[in-house]
Design a protein around this ligand. Structure first.
Ligand SMILES: Nc1nc2c(ncn2[C@@H]2O[C@H](COP(=O)(O)OP(=O)(O)OP(=O)(O)O)[C@@H](O)[C@H]2O)c(=O)[nH]1
Ligand SMILES: [Mg+2]
Length: 202
């Protein structure tokens, strides 16, 4: 049995970056989790908080920074995929389309993908583009779990967790509860680590 400490205190290693479908590595046989969400939602920051390294995944000063799917591994026990954000208007239409196709092809055809963490900015809630992704995920065979990011930015009295849980109540492939997190204030990180660990120990 691997423990949280045993796994997440080890070095997170970069395996590959894919900016086109052909570049997605197919020789990864360990379980994989991926972090998906709108541009700037905090995917790369959350990955860094989870693996306990400040610079494993690249954090963006400007949105739209992660321009390829980046694959990392810890101890070759788990593969972590950091995806480019969707729904970012300022990159060219052509680039946006090619990222969208890359994300969709990846999500549809990934044999070892065990869990998708779909990140939602707690200040904004579920947007139309998130609903579109969930439509696709509901048709695919992979379970996804919603994670709220940047909860340090909202008042404690906010009912966003409840609202997002209501928003996914009819989604067939979604976990019924959401995990509130802050990469900045290290809130909820252990909950996500435990989910990942359960996949490693399966
Ligand atoms: N306050 C606060 N800011 C955060 C948090 N997580 C991320 N950020 C900030 O949000 C911005 C985007 O973070 P990233 O982790 O790069 O977001 P991303 O989803 O990977 O962005 P793309 O790769 O461009 O799609 C950065 O300025 C981060 O510092 C958080 O928990 N709290
Ligand atoms: Mg990123």
């Amino acid at each position: 049995m691997v423990t949280i400490k045993g796994l997440f205190s080890s070095e997170c290693k970069f395996i590959a970056g894919a900016s086109s479908i052909e570049q997605i590595p197919h020789n990864i046989f360990m379980p994989e989790v991926s972090f998906v969400g709108r541009s700037n939602v905090g995917k790369s920051s959350l990955i860094n908080a989870i693996v306990g390294q400040r610079d494993c995944a690249r954090v963006s000063k400007t949105p739209g920074r992660t321009q390829q799917i980046n694959f990392f591994t810890i101890q070759e026990k788990i593969s972590i995929a950091d995806l480019p954000g969707y729904g970012f208007a300022a990159v060219s239409k052509k680039t946006r389309k090619s990222w969208d196709y890359l994300i969709l092809d990846y999500l549809r055809g990934r044999q070892n993908l065990r869990r998708i963490f779909l990140l939602i900015d707690s200040r904004h809630g579920i947007k139309a583009s998130d609903d579109q992704i969930m439509d696709i995920l509901d048709d695919s065979a992979v379970v996804y779990q919603l994670v709220l990011t940047k909860i340090d930015k909202i008042p404690q009295s906010s009912d966003i967790v409840k609202r997002v849980e209501e928003g996914i109540s009819k989604r067939v492939a979604a976990f019924p509860y959401v995990i509130p997190t802050s990469a900045e204030k290290k809130i909820g990180i252990e909950s996500v680590q435990m989910e990942i660990l359960s996949l490693v120990n399966q």
